[in-house]
Design a protein around this ligand. Structure first.
Ligand code: ATP
Ligand code: MG
Length: 597
């Protein structure tokens, strides 16, 4: 399969900002020591070879999902398009919840999506926990400059004194303690002299600020927890809002892109970096935070906690269940990196929250696979068709692997006395407009209707002559006669005019396979809207497993190979369970959008 040329991404406000910064040379004077560091490290170095620096900063506390893909495509994509570098950074400042399994899966997902962090002769894979020394030193510097204090109020008092949207906060009784005392206390916190939660280090800004985030936010807390990287070296940990701006600054990030929830944090982001620049810990120009609307997709849940619940309570078969919106799930479903990137580019970056319909994502996969997936016939709900006038050896038939791509070659399969067709391609009594197989019968007006003729695609024209039923009334086989001079591609074959063309496989060479038919995991477009329990709207038919019969060309499929099953949809050989002996295919997406109908 060849990569499709990605169309030029649509312009968006972030591109406009970057283009303006490049034009004005906002970041042209920056220096870069070759690795992250404080001002002293960078100032004596050469000019930064990266025109801009962005970063993708996940917390390694879960599997990435399609929303993260959006952030990845945006950050890595902007760096790629503007001569920059995107840093892969693990925001691992919270000692709990973080695991190596997640670190590995995140790195794998980013690479699978087609991005990397290697540039200018080195990797840009960073761990925020490596900056703990800087963060601690910066906190002491803030204390010394009179910008931070140790608060010993109880958590309850602190909360009560913060005020709310309508009421200003109240100053802590500890707010004006002398610098020396703050420093001593903070060092005691670090040395483990105080209990967890006994006190916190807070920024000294403005308890009456209309922005609650500026009402003396906490910078450090005491927490005795073993960290996956730093072990037990620390019993105090920086708060996310304090850590994140520092991480960006140490890494020379120019455009720090995050989702809209962080808009109210931007004043603190700027406040902190300005204060640290004043004491020469950071060099200007400082990074700037920009917010965009997070990706919201209908029929999908992106909360890590809820996704974990789906896995833990076995509503799905693991993080990589093809119904999951995780990158590993999408991949197993048959999504390609190209389709996901196309989707992310197409949905752009906006300042306003909105919902994107899941069909938009599905359409990009269809669009990507249409041009490159080999075709094959498959019968998903098999019904036996007996060609009563056929005798002897099977007849060889063939078809192009792709109608527009002769270079993909030819498929070969047999036509014989016993075939499989889709159960829905036969009706005992046809409804109006039904052009597939039906037997001779008398219609509602009392007229005799002959059995219908259809073309078996790439094979022969057949005429339905009858059928068999079991005692329960189920159709067990359909009978037809074929016209030996109607074989597709032979002279005169097109003198047969039929309205219906159906797909089929021959019992003599069909491959039996497990086919997993997937549908949306939720019945409602907004599964967790209005506080509804999302488990109550799980689609009970989101997974159906059938035994299907496949054209023999599919016998050589390898895990991850994608095909169009003609008339049905796109399918992928399951990357975990598919083997030549026991083929397993997953339905990726139908040929048409059946939900929008
Ligand atoms: P948590 O609640 O655990 O913080 P999170 O979804 O914010 O979950 P992170 O690991 O912090 O997860 O996210 C990494 C990056 O991905 C962040 O920059 C975040 O803004 C971005 N991101 C997460 N979800 C979306 C989304 N739905 N659309 C766009 N970006 C997203
Ligand atoms: Mg987060």
């Amino acid at each position: 399969m060849s990569n499709k040329e990605a169309p030029a991404p649509a312009s968006n406000f972030l591109r406009n900002i970057i283009e303006r910064d490049l034009e004005q040379g906002t970041y042209a004077q920056r220096r870069w020591a070759g690795e992250p560091g404080a001002a002293a490290v960078h100032v004596t170095s050469d000019a930064d070879p990266a025109k801009i620096r962005t970063r993708f900063p996940p917390e390694p506390n879960g599997y990435l999902h399609v929303g993260h893909a959006k952030s990845i495509c945006l950050n890595f994509g902007l760096a790629r398009d503007y001569g920059g570098v995107c840093h892969m950074r693990f925001d691992d400042t919270n000692p709990e919840k973080e695991e190596q399994e997640y670190v590995d899966s995140i790195l794998d997902a980013v690479q699978w999506l087609g991005f990397g962090w290697h540039a200018h002769g080195r990797g840009h894979l960073y761990y925020a926990s490596n900056y703990f020394d800087f963060m601690y030193a910066a906190a002491e510097a803030l204390i010394q400059a009179g910008h931070a204090y140790v608060d010993e109020q109880s958590a309850d008092d602190m909360r009560a004194n913060r005020g709310d949207f309508t009421t200003p906060g109240t100053n802590s009784p500890w707010r004006d303690r002398p610098v020396a005392e703050n420093l001593q206390r903070f060092r005691e916190m670090r040395e483990g002299k105080h209990a967890d939660g006994a006190m916190v280090l807070r920024a000294k800004i403005d308890m009456a600020s209309p922005n609650i985030n500026l009402r003396d936010p906490a910078l450090y807390r005491i927490k005795r927890a073993t960290h996956h990287n730093t072990g037990d070296a620390w019993c105090i940990y920086p708060m996310y809002t304090y850590a994140h701006p520092s991480e960006d600054a140490l890494e020379n990030i120019t455009h720090s892109i995050c989702t809209l929830e962080f808009e109210d944090q931007r004043p603190f982001y700027d406040w902190l970096l300005e204060r640290l620049a004043e004491v020469n810990l950071l060099a200007k120009p400082l990074p700037h935070q920009y917010e965009f609307a997070r990706l919201n997709l209908t029929y999908i849940i992106t909360s890590k906690r809820k996704l974990k619940q789906l896995v833990d309570e076995q509503h799905v078969d693991g993080w990589d269940d093809p119904r999951m919106p995780t990158i590993v799930g999408l991949r197993r479903r048959g999504y390609t990196p190209e389709a996901i990137r196309l989707f992310c580019d197409r949905t752009g970056a906006s300042k306003a929250n909105s919902w994107i319909d899941l069909s938009v994502l599905e359409a990009t996969l269809r669009e990507d696979l249409e041009g490159r997936a080999a075709r094959a016939m498959a019968v998903i709900k098999p019904l036996k068709l007996v060609i009563t006038n056929f005798e002897g050896e099977p007849v060889a038939c063939s078809a192009p692997a792709h109608p527009q791509k002769p270079e993909l070659g030819t498929r070969h399969f047999q036509f014989s006395r016993e075939l499989w067709i889709e159960a829905e391609d036969f009706m005992e009594l046809p409804e109006k407009g039904y052009h597939r197989l039906y037997p001779p019968h008398t219609n509602a007006a009392g007229e005799a209707v002959p059995g219908n003729k259809v073309r078996l695609k790439y094979g022969f024209v057949v005429e339905c002559t009858g059928f068999k039923k079991d005692e329960a009334g189920n159709i067990t086989e359909v009978h037809a006669t074929y016209f030996p001079d109607s074989k597709s591609g032979t002279p005169g074959a097109d003198t047969y005019k039929v309205k219906g063309v159906i797909t089929w496989v021959s019992r003599t060479d069909a491959v039996a396979a497990e086919v997993r038919l997937y549908d949306r995991l939720f019945l409602e477009a907004h599964p967790d809207a209005g506080g509804r329990d999302f488990l109550s709207v799980i689609n009970p038919k989101s997974k159906q497993v059938v035994t299907a019969y496949l054209e023999p060309s599919l016998a050589t499929a390898k895990p991850d190979d994608k095909f169009q099953f003609e008339r049905i949809g796109y399918f992928v050989a399951d990357r975990k369970d598919h083997t030549a002996e026991k083929p397993v295919f997953n339905m990726a997406v139908g040929l048409k959008d059946s939900w929008g109908r």
